[in-house]
Design a protein around this ligand. Structure first.
Ligand SMILES: [Zn+2]
Length: 439
């Protein structure tokens, strides 16, 4: 996934000071004194995968509203989400990030937009979780200010005041955003969706983000219902609505973009606006299939996202490669997307969405030492001719090793930064406690 898309059949990778110091064919030319060696024989090394859209707290509410459309699903879940607190978010975030790590992800975003009063410092809690699991993290300070009484979808009890949102957004940047190269934590600002935030909040958030040099994220064009909402309320389709608000630009990436026409896909490419493609979630909610080939042809950055675990109970990023392939091909035939293109979405494409294509998403000298090592010698992969096809089309897989900035997160197929049994027990307990309170 470097600039030349080199594929090395038998090679080496050297990581020093958190960055790739050497990569290429054969044995490493020089190995730093005291270096730790990882034997990669029979394995496939890829750049660590980049997850462009998630709602980690939803790991605590999986399996609800199984036959619902997005709007029905949200209306069913908002009353449960009113009861999240710091303990629920901590357990859900740790479990969700561990699932991402095992599935090859080294950098994840999170879009957190539910901030019940007195729930605690939820953004700090999930940043702590990312530090503990060891992933690079881009939390997005989400927000909702358009409650049901003002024509929005969420209940009034879950929306925040606009000035409070802007103050909390500035505070999140002050406390957590690291603009330096190699950053482990970067903040983005992310009003939630056209049907849960006001246009004023979208505009003012964009001004704040641009004055502070952070990126912008939101959901857009996910469902027919959203399109109908925008046509009725604003008289325009979702993309034109956010275009008028200054939200199509190369510092913005949008989740979903399922319902775009050809001219709108072109507009995404012309403005350099990124897309977080979430094929499993879009299938789970019956939302449709995003026009990824048209977006790629237009030059738009396209990354992959697992989306929140309440609409993708799996939450494992490598599975989105296969999902992206099969939905694109189900819609437009077997040449619609290749296995290598799917891997590119999950690596280079995601890095572009986050504005970090210089240092993430490829194995090149100088890039960050974020590497996934996949064991393709396992029985299920026996005889698959091409390692990239094995990864993208093959059996469900977990990484053999995962390195973030050269630090070991997974080794010998096991998470080294937390105990998965404890993570699962904590999540089950907090999820049940919240469900009980909500009931
Ligand atoms: Zn989402």
């Amino acid at each position: 996934m470097d600039a030349e898309r080199r594929e090395v059949a038998d090679g080496h990778l050297v990581i020093a000071d958190g960055r790739i110091a050497a990569v290429g064919a054969g044995a490493a030319p020089t190995v730093p004194e005291g270096a730790r060696r990882i034997d990669g024989r029979g394995k496939l090394a890829t750049p660590g995968l980049v997850n462009c859209h998630h709602h980690l707290y939803q790991h605590a509410t999986r399996g609800y509203a199984q036959q619902a459309t997005l709007f029905q699903w949200l209306v069913a879940l908002y009353p449960v989400w009113e009861h999240i607190d710091d303990a629920v978010v901590a357990a859900a975030a740790r479990a969700g990030l561990a699932a991402l790590a095992r599935s090859g992800c080294t950098t994840s975003t999170d879009h957190h937009y539910v901030f019940p009063r007195h729930a605690g410092d939820l953004l700090a809690v999930e940043i702590d979780a990312a530090r503990a699991i060891g992933l690079r993290f881009h939390p997005c300070r989400g927000a909702m200010d358009l409650g049901a009484s003002a024509g929005g979808l969420p209940p009034d009890s879950l929306v925040e005041d606009r000035d409070a949102i802007l103050a909390a957004s500035a505070d999140a940047i002050d406390r957590f955003h690291d603009p330096e190269r190699g950053a482990m934590v970067r903040i983005a600002l992310a009003p939630t969706s056209p049907f849960s935030v006001s246009g004023e909040l979208m505009r003012e958030t964009a001004e704040l983000a641009r004055s502070r040099g952070v990126r912008l994220h939101t959901h857009l064009a996910e469902t027919d219902d959203e399109e109908a909402f925008c046509l009725e309320r604003f008289g325009v389709r979702p993309l034109e609505y956010v275009d008028d608000l200054g939200w199509l630009a190369d510092d913005v990436w949008l989740a979903h973009c399922v319902h775009l026409n050809g001219a709108e896909a072109e507009r995404m490419g012309a403005t350099g606006t990124g897309v977080a493609h979430c094929p499993t979630s879009n299938g789970r909610l019956g939302a449709g299939i995003a026009p990824v080939p048209a977006l790629l042809a237009a030059g738009a950055p396209v990354g992959l996202g697992v989306d929140g675990a309440a609409s993708n109970e799996c939450g494992e990023l490598v599975d989105e490669l296969r999902a992206a392939l099969v939905v694109a091909r189900a819609k437009a035939g077997p040449t619609a997307l290749t296995a290598r293109q799917a891997l590119e979405l999950a690596t280079r494409g995601g890095a572009r969405c986050l504005g970090r294509e210089d240092e993430l998403g490829h194995l090149s000298v100088g890039a960050l030492g974020d590497v996934a090592l996949w064991d393709l010698a396992e029985a299920g992969f026996a005889g698959i001719a091409d390692p990239v096809a094995a990864l993208a089309f093959g059996p469900t897989r977990h990484v053999h090793a995962l390195l973030v900035g050269g630090q070991v997160v997974v080794e010998d197929g096991e998470l080294r930064t937390a105990d998965p049994v404890t993570l699962a027990a904590d999540l089950a307990r907090e999820s049940a406690r919240m469900a009980q309170v909500a009931a």
